[in-house]
Design a protein around this ligand. Structure first.
Ligand code: ADP
Ligand code: MG
Length: 717
């Protein structure tokens, strides 16, 4: 008898390593941005005056001049049609965390029965998808379902092509008719405005009078797994829950550490090259690819871009790569913990701020003035991360990421900042008011001396810190691989805006009290760092000592999604978002509800899948094997090595019964309590089922085992 698993194993020997290389002849420079309605295309195709107006809108993030919309729409349509587009869609990002689209043809029929292609300014600027089925977290009753999408001209429109057609995609924000944000883009854009204003105010005060604003950047490193599509389809847990809920460890996991940065197999490389070509056409600057730590795990990273665009591009990267993987008979898995016992997948958000003159505010400078500015901005960020640590923790809290944070492969659930030795020394000296640096050379005082040289590529790359300074940017490392990046970025922008305003006020007050600018900045930086330096930690974030030390310092250690989310409606959080017009209390509350609902629903899928797979696949296989064994007259030696088959079968049945009992618990109305029940009762109950199922996997005859095994999924491709 050949099992489905064996058939797949054989099929892969023919697939693996075969590259379907067709010379394309195209250089990156030939294809890059070819499917994007970018600056270059606009300059070519728009009347000069219209081009100038739209450029101003984009650069200054100003409201769109309605009179030019028709002209822009017509040019966009002509361009898209030349690329084969028949349809357009507003492309938006509802609170599901995925993207959404509803296509309309450019088609209009005239009286003679002919087809005309049309696309109006109104259709470009505003859309009205029936939004009744998107989650709103209670913000909007279904009877007033109408939401509308509004063009975001700062993120360029693009064409997505297939072999049979193409669609013009217009990035949009998605709001209710009463103006509430129903999406992930709107608060990000609002937070950019808030941070821009606060940064300009602070920099103006510090003497950079020409600065009119700032924006944040994001460089997103994306981890993922690839497994053969046929295995995937034989694993109902992967299909439904995105991760394996069962599976004994592979003999060969990541212990040999031979996968990290290893030679990339040609089948995988072919997939990477194919998806990159697609992404280059979309103007996404993919830069880096490599094998990651776990077998079958990889990473892709583009060059950083303005955060709003980087976030859109990250969504496209995930979507396009999933599609292209299918073409290669692979499945891309973005879950944070698809396989137990080996590393899961995260997403690093490299974040920085650029002012309107193009200066990176996180770049230590060469002049005393630049240094003062750098240290004040750094102080603002340190204060923000300490004051709103719980917010950063909330921004990465979801069911998948609960498997990673604090699991010795990802940063701990405690939010702290890593500065590196040089910078930490400077902070310490600023706090102590000491006059000399450790090197005994320059005087550490704001605005009066040049900072010691800060090496950008410190060998001391602390991988255990959730929020690390890496030379000219911060790297927020706690994000889950699957997650939408808007939340982490808009939380960060808003809390940093708050800190910048705080420092502006304090410095202004000191100046009003008679201090010089330098004295004022010195004093305020010192006081602020003294208060918030507890969040700085350069040691091993994975260690037990840090857990104890962090508790002593009074830092939050919010281990699970329900624990973290419990702080989402804290008074200071509501005030922060309301003050900066990023989220109203209602909008925040809707996100709180959705976060918990999503947590509960995704765990409910897992619970149902565990019950089903255990009862209809694993238990029957074990019983069949038991019947075979029982029919034989076994000698004592065979018995001795056969393990406790009967005992494990009984234990599995008991564990399933326990899970069913816990799952029967009625939710009630309190989302927080319901989520806690899933976390405290159902997660351990699922693990107990798994424990016995995985033991059985090591006892039952291989030919009877219904699920592809870890050693197959992870090592064969
Ligand atoms: P790693 O952390 O793996 O060493 P890199 O240092 O090469 O990786 O950079 C990772 C990401 O950080 C890339 O996307 C890169 O473009 C981005 N990055 C570099 N400089 C900045 C910056 N100033 N702001 C935001 N992201 C940046
Ligand atoms: Mg990195």
């Amino acid at each position: 008898m050949t099992t489905a698993r064996q058939t797949t194993n054989i099929a892969i020997t023919e697939r693996g390593g075969v590259s379907d290389y067709k010379p394309e002849g195209a250089q990156i420079t030939d294809i890059y941005g070819k499917h994007v309605f970018n600056d270059h295309v606009m300059r070519q195709r728009l009347p000069k005056q219209v081009y100038k107006t739209i450029k101003k809108t984009i650069d200054n993030r100003e409201p769109l001049d309605a009179t030019i919309a028709d002209t822009v729409a017509a040019a966009m349509k002509d361009w898209a049609v030349e690329l084969g587009a028949t349809h357009f869609t507003h492309w938006f990002q509802p609170l599901t965390g995925a993207t959404a689209e509803k296509h309309d043809a450019f088609l209009v029929a005239d009286e003679l029965g002919n087809a005309i292609l049309q696309f109006s300014g109104k259709e470009l600027v505003q859309g009205e998808p029936d939004a009744s089925s998107f989650p709103s977290g209670g913000i909007r009753a279904t009877f007033e379902a109408r939401g509308y999408t509004a063009w975001d001209p700062t993120s360029p429109a693009f064409v997505r092509k297939t072999n049979t057609g193409a669609t013009l995609c217009i990035p949009t924000a998605f709001c209710s008719y009463t103006g509430e944000a129903l999406d992930k883009k709107t608060p990000l854009l609002r937070s950019e405005a808030a941070m821009s204003k606060a940064a300009a105010r602070l920099l103006n005060l510090l003497g950079s009078e020409e600065v009119t604003g700032a924006h944040s950047n994001a460089g997103l490193e994306q981890e993922y797994f690839l497994i053969d599509a046929e295995y995937y389809h034989q694993r109902p847990d992967l299909v439904a829950a995105g991760r394996t809920l069962f599976g004994a460890p592979s003999y060969k996991g990541q212990s040999l550490e031979d996968h990290y940065f290893g030679a990339i197999k040609s089948r995988i490389r072919t997939f990477m090259e194919d998806s990159e070509r697609y992404l280059y056409r979309l103007g996404i600057p993919i830069k880096t690819r490599h094998n990651e730590v776990a077998p079958a795990q990889y990473e892709v990273a583009p060059i950083f871009e303005a955060a709003n665009i980087a976030v859109d591009h990250n969504m496209l990267i995930m979507e396009v790569m999933k599609e292209v993987a299918g073409k290669h008979k692979l499945r891309m898995i973005l879950h944070e913990k698809p396989f137990a016992g080996i590393n899961g997948s995260g997403k690093h958000c490299n974040w920085s701020i650029t002012d309107s003159l193009g200066n990176n505010l996180l770049e230590p400078g060469h002049t005393p003035h630049e240094n003062m500015q750098f240290l004040v901005v750094l102080t603002a960020i340190i204060r923000a991360v300490d004051k709103y640590a719980k917010l950063l923790r909330i921004s990465v809290a979801h069911a998948g990421n609960d498997h990673r944070l604090g699991a010795n492969e990802a940063p701990p659930a405690i939010i702290s900042i890593f500065l590196g030795e040089e910078l930490e020394t400077i902070v310490k000296q600023l706090v102590a008011g000491s006059k000399t640096s450790s090197k005994g050379a320059s005087k550490i005082q704001l605005g009066s001396s040049v900072l010691p040289h800060l090496p950008k590529d410190t060998t001391d790359r602390n991988r255990t810190s959730p929020f690390a300074f890496t030379g000219n940017k911060f790297e927020f490392r706690a994000l889950g691989a699957s997650q939408h990046v808007s939340g982490p970025v808009f939380f960060l922008n808003t809390m940093v805006a708050d800190s910048m305003d705080y420092l502006s006020e304090q410095i202004q007050a000191a100046i009003d009290g008679g201090s010089t600018l330098e004295q004022a900045a010195d004093k305020v930086v010192k006081a602020t760092l003294t208060k918030h330096q507890r969040v700085i930690f350069n040691g091993d974030g994975y260690s037990q000592e840090w857990q104890a030390e962090a508790a002593k310092r009074g830092l939050y250690n919010l281990k699970t999604t329900p624990d973290a989310t419990a702080h989402m409606m804290d008074e200071d959080i509501i005030e922060l978002f309301e003050h900066y017009n990023v989220l109203t209390k209602g909008e925040l509350e809707s996100r709180y509800n959705i976060k918990l609902e999503t947590y509960i629903k995704s765990l409910q899928v897992e619970v149902d899948a565990v019950k089903d797979i255990a009862k209809t696949m694993i238990l029957p296989a074990a019983l069949k094997y038991k019947a075979q064994m029982d029919s034989l007259n076994l000698g004592p030696a065979v018995k001795a090595i056969s393990g406790d088959l009967d005992g494990q079968i009984e234990a599995l049945a008991k564990a399933i019964a326990k899970l069913e009992k816990e799952a029967a618990h009625e939710g009630g109305h309190d989302l927080g309590a319901h989520a806690k029940h899933f976390c405290d009762k159902l997660v351990p109950a699922m693990l107990a089922v798994r424990e016995h199922a995985d033991k059985l996997e090591t006892l039952v005859a291989d030919e009877l085992w219904p699920l592809p095994k870890y050693r197959e999924m992870l090592l064969l491709s």
